[in-house]
Design a protein. Sequence first.
Length: 80
Amino acid sequence: MKLSISFLFILCLVVLAFAAEQPSKQVIVSYPKDTPDHEYNLIKGFAAKTSESVMQSVQAMGAKSNVLIEEDKTVSINKS
């Protein structure tokens, strides 16, 4: 599992390098709790700036690991 996550991350970076001319947006890629390797301490995942086609490719490659890809945006707490 550790090797496949590292491979997925490296593959994502390679695809990003080739897709530089496409419009891109920032996303967060995260994995389920039982995933043994991660980049963040708070959530298991990493951030990237990528195109829609690359996001779809990474989503397809990470389907077995239940990878979640969502747009990176500001989070705030509303006072009630």
